[in-house]
Every structure is written in C-alpha cells, then in structure tokens.
Design a protein around this ligand. Structure first.
Ligand SMILES: [Zn+2]
Length: 129
C-alpha cells in the first residue's frame, strides 16, 4: 500500500524521470497491443484460408515473424522501464550500473530506461565484436 504512494510523491527531476518512463511504458504497451492484434488477425486469416497464393503465404509468414520479433523486443524495453522505475523508487535511478557515474540527462531524455552511461554502453558494444 505504502509502495504505490511513493511513486506519486516524486518531485522535480524525479517526477520528470517518472513521467518520461511512464510515457515510454504506455507508448510501448499500446504498440504491443496494436501489433499483437495484427499478428492475431494475420494468423486467423491464414486459418480461414483467406490467403491462397503461395507468394502471399510466404510474405505473410515473413511479416508475421517480424511482428513477433518486434513484440519481444518491446517486451525487453518494458522490463527495462520496470527496472528503471524500481531504481527510481530506491533513489538509484540514473546511476550507471557498471561504473556508478550518473548517466547524462541528454541520454536519459532519449532512453529514460538506460542502465549504463554512454561510455560503458559503448565499451560493452565494442566487446561484443
Ligand atoms: Zn558507466
């Protein structure tokens, strides 16, 4: 009960961060709902045998797959947003999880759910290659 209250008591920068996170959260869950509807529409169309030509079937399957993949990527962002909200509640929001430095406001504006500062993020990306 007390937990929910904390979120409403954000002020200043915290409130800005909270609003930015919620905006991303709503935008993505809305996109997911729309896309999930499209994916479902497409599979039921397949089942009804609406698609008859082979070419149509393969292009339908391809876009179906893209739809599903996009869906799971958005799911990851939602997890990051939830994680960021948790950090906001604990007062550790905006801190890089690698080096502990504060993530720049400019970066947080673009990615309010960022976990790493741009330096550590770049380092991680370089290490992947
Ligand atoms: Zn860092």
């Amino acid at each position: 009960m007390a937990k929910k209250k904390v979120q409403l008591n954000y002020t200043g920068k915290d409130l800005e961060h909270y609003n930015a996170l919620m905006e991303v959260y709503y935008k993505i869950s809305n996109n997911m709902r729309i896309r999930a509807g499209e994916v479902l529409d497409r599979s039921s169309a397949d089942k009804r045998g609406v698609t008859t030509h082979m070419a149509d079937i393969s292009s339908d399957n391809a876009s179906h797959e893209i739809g599903l993949r996009q869906l799971s990527e958005d799911g990851d962002v939602l997890t990051l947003v939830e994680y960021a909200l948790e950090r906001l509640a604990h007062g550790t929001y905006g801190k890089c999880q690698d080096c502990g430095e504060m993530i720049s406001e400019a970066r947080l504006k673009v990615r309010p759910y960022a976990v790493f500062c741009i330096k550590c993020k770049t380092k991680r990306e370089e290490m992947e290659y």
